[in-house]
Design a protein around this ligand. Structure first.
Ligand SMILES: [Zn+2]
Length: 226
């Protein structure tokens, strides 16, 4: 669950690869089409939607994910609205996940790009969709009318949280994370130092998580929701 195409890849593609390697099915649900992304004024916004969806689908393949869903909200104007909560709750009831990963609704002053307003709004709506919307059979009755039964998600992993509690060693899947990020060509083609930049972030996370020198990690705040 993420606001923009490429958010999943910056935040947790390495972890996703460890999950798919373990045989876990992963679905991506992207709130916007990233139509406010890129810096080329000659690309129309409609073309940007097509491009960024295709890039996200290609990036997902790099880490073993083939189910990618777009909710089509406008990039740059995401709010934690009732409509968004219902639309995320719908996907949860369709997919029936054991775990949801989302962005942090909290502003992380140490990592402002992670705290983009769309990320905070998407994270807030995702948490509300997990609890209580998806599990309460009387929330959004239109979902029950669509034949979607209530679903309890017992675990949430928050990416970009100011209070990480869990560190995943992604040293073995780092190359696939970089491949996934490179698939977002309209966003990362100009970043010659992308692997070095990521190595810097991920080795700092690994050190914070107490992993041995030379390891790379993605960090999460993991919530158990009984
Ligand atoms: Zn983003």
């Amino acid at each position: 669950m993420a606001a923009h195409p490429d958010d999943v890849d910056f935040g947790l593609a390495g972890t996703v690869a460890t999950w798919t390697d373990a045989g876990i099915d992963v679905t991506y649900c992207i709130v916007t089409n990233g139509d406010a992304g890129g810096s080329d004024p000659t690309v129309s916004r409609a073309d940007m939607v097509v491009l960024r969806q295709a890039e996200q689908i290609a990036a997902a393949k790099c880490v073993g994910v083939s189910d990618v869903r777009f909710l089509g909200y406008p990039d740059g104007r995401v709010e934690a609205s009732l409509d968004l909560r219902r639309d995320i709750a719908r996907v949860i009831r369709q997919v029936k996940p054991d775990r949801v990963a989302c962005q942090s609704p909290e502003r992380n002053y140490a990592r402002m790009p992670a705290s983009h307003p769309d990320h905070r709004a998407a994270g807030s709506a995702a948490l509300d969709a997990v609890y209580p919307d998806a599990r309460n059979p009387f929330a959004f009755p239109e979902l029950a009318e669509e034949g979607l039964a209530a679903w309890i998600v017992p675990e949430v992993w928050i990416s970009g949280s100011p209070q990480p509690t869990h560190y995943v060693d992604i040293t073995a899947t780092f190359d696939r994370k970089i491949a996934a990020l490179r698939a977002h060509e309209s966003q990362t083609a100009h970043m010659a130092n992308l692997p070095e930049m990521l190595r810097g972030w991920l080795s700092r996370a690994a050190a914070l998580g107490g992993l041995p020198e030379g390891r790379l990690a993605e960090s999460f705040q993991v919530l158990d929701i009984p």
